[in-house]
Design a protein around this ligand. Sequence first.
Ligand code: 5RP
Length: 218
Amino acid sequence: MTQDEMKKAAAIKALEFVEKGSIVGVGTGSTVNHFIDALATMKDQIEGAVSSSEVSTQKLDAYGIEVFDLNSVDDLSVYVDGADEITEHMHMIKGGGAALTREKIVAAVAKKFVCIADESKQVPILGAFPLPVEVIPMARSYVARELVKLGGDPMYRQGVVTDNGNVILDVYNMSILNPVEMEKNINAIVGVVTNGLFADRGADVLVLGTPNGSKVIS
Ligand code: 5RP
């Protein structure tokens, strides 16, 4: 199986977590694109979706799946999203697609976070993938200096503006031994909107695409 086939296998398996008649939280990325394709096959059995990015919204719209504003939704039973890295403790790095802030907001509302990923995303320790940090544009240089103090090497992601009008710093060489503490410390820097550590609220279930098909870990 190719990496993309493993992503697809995980995405299709995740349909088992979608409750009939519910509004589904939908993440962003190539794995989630497979999930949206799969969700479209049961679109008459769900009420609609809440989306974590403009890109996912467009794809959901194209399938005729109603996209609700999160503010009009009290309850989300499940949020399905990919990850750039995930550990056995279900801590993740996300934000490779620059959608981390909306992803974290929708994840916060959902009762269950189902992470869908191919097996290359499983890691013993987070941090080989550069950690994305969404920053208010005028604070970019200040936040970069503060991230250096925390031990990282921030790089401005040139040409990228998030759906919220902000910029992304990708932090290389960060030693992330305590992801929950690191998530809080980075979020405490003035000018940071949020960072791509999903540790305080990690995944509840990992649906992993492997060469032998999909595997559910919880
Ligand atoms: C987007 C994300 C994605 O979930 C993450 O980058 C994984 O993407 P892909 O499914 O394309 O490998 O956090 O901001």
